[in-house]
Design a binder for this molecule. Sequence first.
Ligand code: NAD
Length: 502
Amino acid sequence: MRDRQRIDPTQFLRDWSSPLAKFNSALIEHYTGYAGGRFLPSAGKSTFKVIDPASQEILAELPSFGGSETSAAVESAVPVLEDPAPLETRARWLTEIARAHVDNRDELGRIVTLENGKPLAEAKGEIDYAAAFYRDAAQRLDVLRPRKLKERPKGLDWTVYSRPAGVAGLITPWNFPVAMLAKKLSGAIAAGAPAVVKPAEKTPLSCIALFHLLHRLGLPPGMVNLVFGDAPAIGRVLCEHPAVRVLSFTGSTAVGKLLSAQAAPHLKRMSLELGGNAPFIVFDDADLDLAADQLMTSKFRATGQTCVCANRVFVQDSIAAAFTDRVVERVRALQVGHGLEEGVTVGPLIDLAAFQKVSSLVDDALGAGAQALTGGRTPPPAPDKGCFFPPTVLTGVRKGMRILGEEAFGPTVPIARFTEESEIVRIANDTEYGLAAYVFTRDPARAERVISRLRFGHVGLNSGTGPTPEAPFGGMKHSGLGREGGEEGLLEYVELQTVPHP
Ligand code: NAD
């Protein structure tokens, strides 16, 4: 670490001098990639634009990097592996990174709101959530200490070492640009594995801001690296370069499968956090106010653009009307707008493609006989307007409607009815996804019967909460491989080495 006295973690924000809303290409040298401890030259590169989804204003124009910069970044990371930092040093780095998040939460949060659209309070919450991953990893490093077996097989001592697995390629999505990186980078740093990070091109600004903070923390050159621009070219290098031993990806199932296929001949360790289609099941013995409150938390975070958000709401017949009334009342209280405006609780969708997807699912359901109790059919936004879709509660939703089969990634609440416990488990599992599910019942025996049969990696019982740094989180089936968070999240980035010795 460099002398903390000389580090002002907010300096980079003052250097940028103008409010982020006034980002422009004249400042481009500040918004660039990072490799081997230095910001990458950007002169002469082709560029891409980052857009505020709530206003369609251009926030920044960034240089586009590709395969050659990614190879160079990987190679700059290799020397770090020759002399991995001791656990105590890693713990200090993780603690410092957590503190850098907290010290800069207002500005980092503002950048997330500008590039992603989520309300400011939520964006700041994301920064706190991200900080917690680094803090938690710092406290969990004992799991990586050498472990001597109690037994002495073959008359020898046996010691198991956790070695950094190699360079880690980390590819993240736009819906939690800071937190999804934190889940991966905290694990990699804890394991002593240097990382090459590729954020989503829709939301790279918060990640770049974070790298300015990391730069000031004085990590060894090559420990953290950043590239963005030509996603397929970057992805190919991360899949094929022999020094990359772990590829951790969060995003769509389609891209996850593509990366899996590309990496297969190179036998990389893959950690894949992919799409979801979460059922939210409310039984007739549930606390309906609690269930409605938890549905709101689960459903509308990031405008419904989260992998764990309730995507299909199943309500037992006898309480369907009472539960729907409670949901509608709460949805009517939501306020849609630009995330920087006071009081806004729901922001825009990320782009026009997202708007069209949500719109087509709602149209399909309405065309097949569903009714919209709030929101509903919405004309596309004008080119200079944000992609706002109204929170939409649909009833009369039935099997066969696309909205039950596809991940909407938007502010839709399709409510379908069910009759029997046995039937709902089968319906909930009838998806290729297996990420999150939610069950509301006051009966512990029913909860155990249902949850043990659900094929989902995360099941909230009378709770709509998503992941937390302390617990492993990940998907079954086409929702992914591996886990993030908890001890398991750190172990994704280590190779075990067993040493028998007299
Ligand atoms: P996406 O797959 O389009 O993009 C994710 C990342 O992959 C981005 O950085 C993108 O630039 C990159 N990418 C795209 N094509 C690539 C290629 N050919 N090679 C390498 N990288 C490539 O997904 P998205 O639209 O950004 O995110 C939404 C999806 O992510 C949803 O399906 C959601 O459920 C999922 N998600 C899952 C989790 C989880 O923990 N399971 C968390 C958040 C989001």
